[in-house]
Design a protein around this ligand. Structure first.
Ligand code: H53
Length: 824
């Protein structure tokens, strides 16, 4: 299209026009008429019709971007946990009512068609969902940006339970196709691997020539990322791996069918499946291939297709920031150096000066074992030139360290990008910290601990490099879409400005004292609980405990998050009731809701799942507890389920050991939907508590310094076990096999032993304080009037946790990019 050809006009916002679009898509796009259309046909036609309304804006955005060459943010992330696309597109295009009415006129129920969608589960948990919230906010804030990642053919596995044990099923989300992606094979780029290096053919200082030995083709698929009703539609570009040649015709003709497709299978494996690890890196060759694959394709794409042909790359820092989402994309650093020095012929020093100005690094963890480290042998085999470049970066960096701290060789070893023990390996977090112009943590406490502990040597050397950007969540998806009842109530009270300016929720504060408003809030919470109850019943045959409290712990299953501590609370209540210590009538009716996937290879996490299910089975089958206690553990927790569950919750469990959860973002979603938090002083809980106030938050447990002191002194879980009779009784009941049909060896025995002997995340030390806090919860909940006041205040004071605010922080303090006026 020439610069002067305006894109098509946005179709008219009317039921008639929408109906026409829908039918046209059904007839011409799917080749069926309404009478013969499958649910999938109708879902496709509906999605495509919605897409029409956004496409014009998308083309405009791309045009403007090309014309303005404005500073762009490229969010490089191995994961984007997008969640259902249709509802978000309907919302962004302001088509919810029109589409519903149009379909109703045709005798179709939009909810039924929405249910056809399989969400793209291209992420594991917090980090992937954060990336999805961030691209939503970037678009809504009108920032030129592009998300780059991998189009995994199989997303995060589908979790099922068989005899209470997790069994993983492949998530073939593309099985019926996706109406949301647009392939662009013409923009495919080759990505090379292996081989060796040779003397350079150019004369640049530091240059070498890489002679790789094999390659795959990276084929881009574009996804729309619509801003909220602001006319901007950004792009998410996900790469799919293909073999250069589909198959070898000669071999095929000779009857060697398997051989003929070998190359293809090999290449396509790279984007075949998302690694189902969360917070712990898996040192697998394929994973490094995935990382280099998407990063190399993305850099190439930006340099060759987004920038004008004659662009002077010395200006790159004014044109782009590449944000590195954790260490996964950090191989981009030597890749850019390689392009500038070996391909463009720049001297090393010039290339390094530019490279150091275009990357910024977000660290999402505090667990040292979670920082990626690649064996030199592997990296050198897969990417020999990159390894050489890393060595040189390290050499010059260590010179700098020696100059700054003369004689401190211990420090030099600690800071080196290359670890020597246990085997030689590249520390990707160090590389990112050396190359990045900013390094940020994801919550205040986390950023402090990064500076003081995990990356302390680096912070001493470059104090200004370190900053904090507290995470946030998109209010569009997690309030407006997930909780329509609450959204209407808020809008009736304070107008609808909160959807894009979440601090406006502050204006709800006075309404917390209005009994009418509180009653309306309670009605909505009740309706959300019914909605959840219905879904769980239909989906999984699970019953909730009447209208009781919904107490939710949903997150990945990880020992540091301490699902086991939650279990100790449940078992202690159960044991207390059964032994007569706790009168049944005094127990608040409550349903403990769990949602959690365990990494398939994480044995302890899988045992915990088994134990939750075993305890749930026992409690749920106990007629004497009917209407009092229930345990609901719906399998396959994902974004779809989160949107259903979070709005129904009264209590949000955020009980990680202090100093272990970098931020958490579920905690924010719950508070924004009017749940009160029971939590430790960890991650973003700290900021939530400060904002909502101690009276509206149930704090318990050791602080981070207390926990690390106790660890340093030598923690003995046995001492807690012996000295607290209730704790002992709960643990013994688990260990006795009471919940596991008498089996003391399997999950129950293993968790009993691990908690009483090692208890790596000190659940036993926090048990008493947790139980006390749960008692405070019970008495607060007994006055539901005052509880709902606290819940409303939680909403009113959580506006800070919008991802719009996070993105504004990144813009102001890291990226230096600006929102642009779409219509100028
Ligand atoms: O990232 C979230 C944090 C959360 C943290 C999580 C995370 C992953 O999901 C995967 C890897 C990793 O290093 C960290 O655990 O605390 O809220 C987003 O920042």
């Amino acid at each position: 299209m020439s610069e002067n050809t305006p894109p098509l006009a946005v179709p008219e916002h009317s039921v008639e026009s929408f109906t026409r679009s829908f039918l046209r898509e059904l007839n011409y796009g799917r080749g069926v008429d309404l009478d013969r259309a499958s649910a999938n046909d109708k879902y496709f036609a509906l999605s495509r019709a919605v897409r029409h309304y956004l496409t014009t804006r998308w083309l405009e955005t791309l045009r403007n971007q090309h014309r303005d060459q404005a500073k762009t943010v490229a969010y490089l992330s191995a994961e984007f946990l997008l969640g259902p696309q249709l509802e978000n597109a309907l919302l962004a295009a302001d088509l919810e009512d029109i589409a519903r009415d149009a379909l109703a006129n045709l005798g179709e129920d939009i909810e039924e068609l929405r249910a056809v969608e399989v969400e793209p589960g291209l992420g594991n948990g917090g980090l992937g969902r954060l990336a999805a919230c961030f691209i939503d906010s970037l678009a809504t804030l009108n920032v030129p940006s592009v998300g780059y990642g991998i189009r995994y053919e199989y997303g995060i596995f589908k979790q099922t339970f068989v005899d209470g044990k997790q069994v993983e099923k492949p998530d073939h989300w593309l099985h019926l196709g996706s109406p949301w992606e647009l392939p662009h094979p013409e923009y495919s780029v080759p990505v090379w691997f292996g081989g060796h290096t040779e003397e350079a053919t150019n004369s640049a200082e530091g240059a070498r020539t890489w002679v790789p030995s094999w390659h795959v083709t990276a084929k881009p698929y574009n996804y729309m990322v619509p801003g909220y009703r602001n006319g901007r539609v950004n792009t998410l570009r996900l790469w799919s791996a293909r073999a250069r040649h589909d198959f070898d015709l000669r071999e095929f003709n000779a009857g060697e069918y398997t051989e003929a497709v070998r190359a293809r299978t090999f290449a396509e494996n790279i984007s075949k499946v998302l690694y189902p690890e969360d917070s712990t890196p898996q040192g697998k060759e394929l994973r490094l291939q995935q990382q280099y694959f998407f990063v190399a394709a993305s850099l190439r794409d930006f340099l060759d297709h987004v920038l004008p042909e004659d662009y002077d790359l010395h200006n790159l820092p004014n044109r782009i920031t590449w944000q590195l989402n954790d260490t996964h994309p950090v191989i981009a650093v030597p890749e850019l150096m390689r392009i500038l020095v070996d391909e463009k012929g720049w001297d090393w020093a010039d290339a390094w000066a530019v490279t150091q100005k275009v990357f910024a690094y977000t660290c999402h963890t505090l667990l040292p074992e979670a920082l990626e480290v690649w064996p030199v042998e592997l990296l050198g085999r897969l990417l020999p030139r990159h390894l050489e470049i890393i060595y040189r970066i390290n050499e010059e960096f260590l010179e700098e360290v020696r100059e700054a701290f003369p004689g401190d060789e211990l420090r030099v070893r600690r800071m080196s990008i290359i670890a020597e023990e246990p085997g030689r390996a590249v520390r990707m977090a160090h590389l990112a910290t050396v190359a990045g112009f900013k390094v940020n943590g994801v919550a205040e406490l986390h950023s402090e601990l990064l500076k003081d502990k995990v990356l302390n040597d680096f912070a001493e050397m470059w104090p200004d490099k370190f900053t904090n950007v507290t995470n946030g969540v998109t209010p569009r998806r997690f309030v407006r879409l997930a909780n329509p009842g609450l959204s209407e109530l808020i809008t009736a009270g304070i107008g609808d400005g909160w959807i894009t300016d979440l601090e406006q929720l502050r204006n709800l504060e006075p309404l917390a004292d209005d009994p009418e408003f509180r009653r309306a809030f309670r009605d909505i919470k009740g309706a959300n609980k019914h909605r959840l109850a219905q879904v769980l019943k239909d989906r999984d045959g699970i019953e909730l405990a009447g209208d009781g409290m919904v107490d939710a712990m949903v997150k990945r299953l990880h020992e540091y998050k301490r699902q086991s501590l939650k279990l100790l609370h449940i078992v202690s209540l159960y044991e207390g009731i059964k032994s007569g210590r706790i009168p049944l009538e005094s127990v608040t009716p409550r349903t403990f809701v769990f949602g959690a996937k365990a990494a398939p290879g994480y044995v302890r996490a899988k045992e915990t799942i088994e134990l939750i299910n075993a305890i749930g089975r026992t409690i749920n089958a106990d007629a004497s507890l009917e209407g009092r206690l229930k345990v609901a553990f719906p399998p396959n927790y994902n974004v779809t389920l989160a949107e259903m569950l979070i709005p129904a919750a009264d209590l949000s469990e955020q009980i990680s050991l202090a100093g272990k959860e970098a931020s958490g973002t579920g905690n924010m979603k719950f508070a924004l939907n009017g749940a009160l938090t029971i939590g430790t002083d960890d991650g973003a809980n700290v900021e939530i508590r400060k904002l909502v106030g101690d009276d509206h938050f149930f704090l318990f447990g050791m602080s981070e310094p207390e926990a690390s002191d106790l660890q340093a002194e030598g923690y003995d879980p046995g001492a807690y076990y012996e000295s607290d009779p209730q704790l002992k009784a709960a643990l013994n009941l688990i260990g006795s096999g009471h919940f596991t049909g008498g089996d003391r060896d399997g999950a129950a025995g293993s968790i009993f032993a691990s908690l009483t002997q090692r208890d790596r995340f000190m659940a036993l030390a926090d048990f008493r304080s947790y139980m006390d806090a749960q008692e405070r919860v019970e008495s607060a909940y007994a006055d539901y009037e005052s509880w709902s006041r606290s819940a409303i205040l939680n909403i009113a004071r959580s506006g800070f946790f919008s991802s719009d605010r996070s993105i504004q922080d990144y813009l102001d303090r890291i990226w230096g990019a600006k929102p642009i006026d779409q219509n100028h």
